[in-house]
Design a binder for this molecule. Structure first.
Ligand code: GLC
Length: 418
């Protein structure tokens, strides 16, 4: 049913897109990201005199991927430029245009090498980086002060204690107040959060860079048990339905002390309409007992549909959007982290987002999900992983049993190789 609704709304959106003549259609994401994307694309249209149409994708990365896969399977030329999650190149590379030689080296070299490399599959450059993401800890500076804490928690254990104390105090006057919100729903966002927990406990990255399944280990199990202990103590019972936007909703309404989210939440939290404007602190996520914090590497890239009939125009649009001028505007207006290294020294960018400077090493050392080693099977791996994590969060399993079962599932998915 859900698929059908998505397919129908896609058809009507594309019917509208086809009304013009030679036009470039771009997938602009969802929500506030969509609006910022649209503004940038319109600047290009004005500069070049080209016509543009927009496709608004579903918010969830999983549903977004589903639509692109449907389109590509049908060899559709409807959308020329796709917005691509950093974990997708291995899944989609076969049907995207090779941008090598089509975008000047001097432009490519401006980006962080690791992010550019993540878009290369078997020597083919399938997308150009647009913005990067890393998991961050948001906190209420006013409430930390009110309850006598001098700074952000350094460990998960500290976070739990602080969140509980603040929650108990605030609930006296605000029943909906909670200590900590994160992405607890069974989807790609949970894969990111749980990877952070496990890496910070020293439990590895599910599958290592050589393709070996490593998740069945006591530290990974302990990390999951720790996260399960937050549910109904410092996190709401409904956390199993939370994606990024539900978490941001609570935090921005002034109903949470701590939040795990991506950088975009900062710009929205500092908006005039936000209840927590001027009260937001941003820090690295807490460390596990091993003493090491970890941030998942996220981010979005722009690629050209191999079936597009407007490839040259589409490439021109991508070059414009991923260039320094647009990345700077998006960093200032939306807290989207540039993939162009030099923008981290730009005073206007740093003024809008002071944490881009103070947490620079969080962004440069973010941990990749195992999409590289698991290639075309990454989506299955991620779904098996988030399902296992979910079973621990909702009390159907414990950490040890879940990672053992997951390891068997992953071996089956791997078969004779990724
Ligand atoms: C963010 C990240 C993306 C990730 C998604 C999960 O959009 O940039 O890489 O897959 O969140 O919800």
């Amino acid at each position: 049913m859900k698929k059908l609704i998505i397919a129908l709304s896609l058809t009507s959106a594309l019917a509208a897109a086809h009304a013009g003549a030679a036009t470039v259609t771009i997938d602009c994401g969802a929500g506030t990201a969509y609006d910022l994307c649209k503004a940038g694309v319109n600047r290009w249209a004005k500069k070049t005199g080209n016509t543009v149409k927009f496709f608004e994708s579903p918010n969830s990365s999983n549903d977004h991927l589903g639509i692109i896969q449907q389109q590509l399977a049908a060899r559709s030329s409807d959308i020329d430029v796709y917005l691509l999650d950093i974990i997708w190149p291995g899944l989609l590379s076969g049907q995207l245009v090779d941008l090598k030689g089509k975008v000047p080296e001097s432009e490519l070299n401006q980006h962080f090498k690791g992010i550019l490399d993540a878009n290369v599959v078997n020597g083919k450059l399938v997308a150009i980086p647009w913005y990067t993401d890393a998991g961050l800890l948001y906190y209420r500076t006013d409430l930390l002060k009110k309850y006598g804490f001098s700074g952000a928690p350094k460990t998960w254990a500290e976070l739990a204690l602080m969140a509980k104390k603040i929650q108990d105090g605030e609930q006296k006057t605000n029943k909906t107040f909670v200590g900590f919100v994160f992405q607890g729903k069974n989807y790609e966002g949970l894969t990111c959060d749980a990877l952070e927990w496990i890496v910070s406990f020293g439990g590895g990255t599910i599958v290592d860079t050589t393709g070996k399944v490593t998740v069945n280990n006591p530290r990974a199990a302990e990390a999951l048990d720790t996260a399960a202990s937050w549910v109904r103590s410092i996190s709401p019972a409904g956390i199993a339905t939370y994606s990024e936007e539900e978490a941001r909703g609570d935090f921005q309404a002034g109903n949470a002390a701590f939040m795990r989210n991506w950088p975009y939440a900062y710009a929205l939290g500092q908006d005039q309409a936000s209840k927590v404007k001027g009260k937001i602190g941003v820090a690295a996520l807490p460390a596990g007992p091993s003493g090491k914090p970890a941030a998942a590497l996220g981010g979005w890239n722009l690629g050209v549909n191999g079936y597009s009939k407007n490839q040259a125009m589409a490439i021109d649009l991508i070059r414009y959007l991923t260039g320094p001028q647009e990345q700077k505007i998006r960093a200032i207006e939306g807290a989207y982290n540039p993939t162009i290294q030099s923008l981290y020294k730009d005073q206007a960018v740093l003024k809008a987002n002071p944490f881009f400077g103070s947490l620079y090493n969080v962004f440069t050392s973010a941990v990749a999900r195992p999409s590289g080693p698991t290639k075309g099977k990454y989506n299955q791996v991620s779904q098996a992983f988030s399902t296992a994590v979910s079973s621990v969060l909702n009390g159907q399993s414990n950490g040890q049993a879940a990672v053992a079962r997951l390891s068997t599932d992953l071996a089956r998915i791997k078969g004779r190789g990724w």
